[in-house]
Design a protein around this ligand. Structure first.
Ligand code: ADP
Ligand code: ZN
Ligand code: ZN
Length: 839
């Protein structure tokens, strides 16, 4: 990774530089070079927002990405028109990270910027002007001139104006000096996307008038005045109960939220009277959307094996930037993280902890919050944009020195990271598929840490082979914990033979006798059960028994998925949906049956097999809203659910003491992953699900149902022989050229016309043959899904030699080739999607 990164002169702030490269919010491949006028040179800094002319007419806001002395060769540089900020809104380390990401993941830096900035802070290609809500013309220190007033008047009528609108209103050619002056006078805000702009949350609060707090006599007078007016008296008493100002006068300052004061049915008009009479006053208060929670507990005492691991990690960090912590499920990795985080925070540096999907790991977030309280920020994927901006600003202001977040939290404005921890580093969901940048958050995090001179800790019970390989090569430090915390033992595995049971008539509703017995036993002992069904490659669909008709998406070449709950057929690729037909649209038969086994069907089967058990289901459908997941978890934790059926979601970090049985409904489906990572993924998935069982004193039981119980992979998982498994897989990967021995790049060629798509894919293939680096090019082949959203796709897979400058040379040449192909009239609307390190 390092070799790819050529040192840029990012940090060069010395004046006397004549050119700046600007990151613009437009779909162009690179930064644009502008001239720095002499008068602006002393203020120029990386990360500042500037106004520039783009093309003939457009005026845009961009961010300074680089300053240097090299004039562009292909065009005459235009001057920067103006600087917008006193302080950079993005720090140089962030820019450096963006540049790396655009280069490495083969995308435009504008795309990285778009992904990195929450939309409340984003620049838009249509820069807009709005009134500053805090501006008051009457009290402002700065007088406005006629033209400025004209703009403000226009803004009062219309919420937002574009630069062009402003130019028209005043009949001038260059509007920016006027807008700049208005910004300086705090009269307007610009360059935010108005429809998504950040709005602070404001509440109205009530407090006693300061004169009353100042003297006891005044209060007595007030009580006298409200005598015989029970409504007013009630409000006054309620206030004094909530805010005991006479014990602690300083409490009055903060007052109480007006809505809270009135929530017990007190009358608003009585409160108004009290305000009018000078008893109370109201004021506006900006509240944090993200609540403050104080720390509640100390970190746990580490067990001796945890302590040993903790010390080992620190020793490795003396010589290695990255350490892999390989600890079996339930070994207590979180507690080790806590100790490390505490040390880093005490040294004054920041910490980022990445989790696969935070909504899905509320348990770990809760545990961390108890220890770190309000200095910990949480960056959720289900957060609103306003909440994200608040975390962003919290990192900037130092309110959050520690952030727990999903993959996009690598873009937060950290300026002094000391450590980045990636928990469950093997998780495929760390990779972003769409849109660009198609980054892998674990790999990007390692790079981010490198830029900050920080350390990276990767944690997993089932490390990715890439990371494990790096550990065996000595590139990463390696620390292992082989037992669970406390007395908990690892679970016992059983293979249940579906075919054999079917022959003997023991299979009931797709469940084997063994699985039924284990579930029954758990239920009788008031224990809980988790049933897992792999979602990938699976979708229930409807089929006609007479003519085998199945529902197809009208835009994509895929079968529509059956959604029992909504009584619909849906396309999982484009969202197309239709009602379930009453009769077969092809032959008119009414014999339509459901095929495939979804979590819904399993839930149904279990309810027939165990009518007395309370069932819960956790999948995309039941957790779509923000609290669905949390509610199910709470119910399960409270023992209101006996059997929880779920997809991948239930494997992630759940820690429930009463779960003793885990059933894997269709073990074979886990093996059928159409990819060189099939074995690795299967190993990880089975071990992770199994890891939910028996996490306290009773040993867990794991039942894997399969038609091929003799498959060697099951044996390896059951023996827990990770290293042996890894060793054998490496032999194959080396022989057939797969990662970690090569770098993969996948290129998808897309077009609405199948012939054009194919032709373009072949043209690309021929051109790539001329790139003089060590490589293997496979394809182009039809995509796994041939047509998606009415676009045909062809895929090429390139395997690159890992040595030297191979990747950099390849990517540079590829960029040129794509640019040239795009200039061919026939290929103008062809799209090429480049995915580096696809997964
Ligand atoms: P992992 O993430 O490695 O699977 P966890 O961090 O979830 O494991 O720990 C498993 C369980 O053991 C949790 O319930 C946790 O609270 C408990 N635990 C782990 N270490 C300690 C410790 N040092 N003191 C008290 N409880 C611990
Ligand atoms: Zn579709
Ligand atoms: Zn039919």
């Amino acid at each position: 990774m390092e070799s790819l990164f050529a040192e840029h002169d990012f940090l060069d702030k010395s004046s006397g530089n004549n050119f700046a490269d600007i990151i613009l919010p437009v779909p162009i491949p690179r930064m644009f070079t502008y001239k720095i006028p002499k008068n602006l040179q002393p203020q120029i800094q990386i990360g500042l927002r500037v106004i520039v002319q783009f093309g003939k007419k457009k005026v845009l806001t961009g961010i300074i990405g680089k300053v240097h002395n090299k004039p562009p060769q292909a065009y005459e540089a235009k001057p920067i028109l103006d600087i917008l900020d006193h302080q950079p809104s993005v720090n140089p380390l962030q820019i450096r990270f963006w540049v790396w990401m655009a280069e490495y993941y083969f995308c435009h830096i504008g795309e990285v910027m778009f992904a990195a900035l929450p939309s409340g802070l984003r620049l838009s290609s249509e820069s807009k002007v709005q009134l500053n809500p805090n501006f008051d013309a009457e009290t402002s220190k700065y007088p406005l001139d006629v033209r400025e007033e004209k703009i403000l008047e226009a803004l009062e009528k219309k919420d937002e104006l574009s630069y062009e609108d402003c130019e028209q209103i005043l009949g001038v050619k260059t509007i920016h000096p006027i807008l700049k002056s208005l910004v300086a006078k705090e009269a307007i805000l610009i360059f935010e996307r108005v429809q998504e702009k950040y709005t602070p949350k404001v509440e109205t609060r009530v407090r006693l008038h300061p004169d009353i707090v100042a003297s006891k006599a005044a209060l007595e007078a007030v009580f006298e005045a409200v005598q015989g007016k029970p409504k007013q008296e009630s409000i006054l008493l309620k206030f004094l109960r909530d805010v005991p100002v006479f014990q602690r006068p300083q409490l009055n300052e903060k007052g109480v939220d007006k809505a809270t004061l009135l929530e017990e049915g007190d009358s608003e008009s009585s409160l108004k009277t009290l305000i009018k009479n000078g008893v109370f006053e109201t004021f506006k208060h900006v509240v944090n959307r993200i609540e403050e929670e104080a720390a509640e507990r100390e970190a746990s005492e580490l067990s001796s094996s945890q302590q040993a691991a903790f010390e080992e990690i620190k020793t490795h960090f003396e010589t290695k930037q990255t350490v892999l912590l390989h600890g079996v499920t339930g070994s207590g990795k979180t507690e080790i993280y806590i100790k490390l985080i505490q040390e880093v925070l005490e040294s004054g540096s920041q910490v980022l902890l990445l989790l696969p999907e935070i909504a899905l790991t509320t348990q770990i977030v809760g545990r961390l919050k108890q220890v770190f309280g309000s200095q910990m920020g949480v960056y959720h994927s289900k957060y609103s944009d306003n909440e994200r901006v608040e975390v962003w600003n919290g990192v900037l202001s130092g309110r959050f020195s520690f952030v727990v977040g999903v993959r996009s939290s690598i873009f937060l404005p950290f300026d002094s990271l000391g450590m980045v921890i990636v928990d469950e580093e093997h998780e495929p969901s760390f990779k972003q598929f769409d849109p660009a940048p198609r980054f892998h958050a674990r790999d990007a995090a390692i790079m981010l840490a490198y830029f900050h001179q920080a350390r990276t800790l990767l944690g997993s019970a089932t490390p990715s082979f890439e990371s494990y390989f790096n550990a065996t090569q000595g590139k990463y430090g390696y620390v292992e914990i082989t037992h669970r915390f406390g007395d908990a033992s690892l679970p016992e595995y059983h293979l249940a033979n579906i075919s054999a049971d079917r022959k003997k008539n023991l299979l009931k509703l797709d469940s084997t006798r063994l699985l039924r017995e284990k579930i029954q036993n758990a239920l009788e002992n008031q224990q809980q059960v988790i049933i897992f069904q792999n979602r990938r490659g699976y979708s229930p669909y409807i089929q006609c028994e007479d003519c085998s008709w199945t529902g197809q998406c009208v835009q994509c070449d895929v079968s529509l998925t059956y959604h029992q709950f909504a009584e619909e057929l849906r396309c999982h690729y484009c969202g197309y949906k239709e009602k379930i037909p009453q009769a077969c649209p092809a032959c008119g038969s009414s014999q339509l049956t459901t095929q495939g086994m979804g979590t819904e069907r399993i839930e149904e089967s279990l309810s027939l097999l165990f009518p007395e058990a309370r069932l819960g289901r956790m999948d995309l459908d039941t957790t779509r809203n923000k609290y669905g997941y949390q509610r199910l978890l709470d119910e399960f934790a409270a023992g209101q659910i006996d059997i929880l059926v779920g997809t991948q979601m239930i494997t992630k970090g759940l820690d429930f003491g009463k779960v003793t049985v885990v059933g894997i409904w269709d073990g074979d489906r886990i093996l059928n992953f159409p990819d060189f990572r099939a074995g690795e993924r299967a190993y990880q998935q089975i071990t992770q699900v199994a890891g939910r069982a028996g996490r306290r004193d009773i040993q867990g039981q794991v039942v894997i149902q399969s038609r091929n119980p003799d498959n060697d992979l099951f044996g390896k998982v059951i023996r827990g022989d990770y290293f042996e498994f890894f060793r054998q897989e490496m032999i194959d990967r080396k022989k057939y050229y797969y990662p970690p021995f090569v770098k993969l790049v996948k290129i998808t060629t897309r077009h609405a016309d199948a012939k054009t798509a194919q032709k373009a894919a072949h043209a690309l293939h021929h051109q790539m043959a001329n790139i003089a680096v060590k490589k293997i090019v496979l394809g182009p082949e039809k995509g796994i899904i041939v047509r998606i959203k009415n676009q045909y796709q062809f895929e090429s897979l390139i395997k690159l030699d890992k040595q030297g400058t191979t990747q950099a040379v390849f990517k540079q040449s590829l960029a040129k080739i794509i640019e040239e192909l795009q200039a061919v009239p026939e290929f103008r609307s062809v799209r090429w999607i480049v995915d580096v390190d696809p997964s």
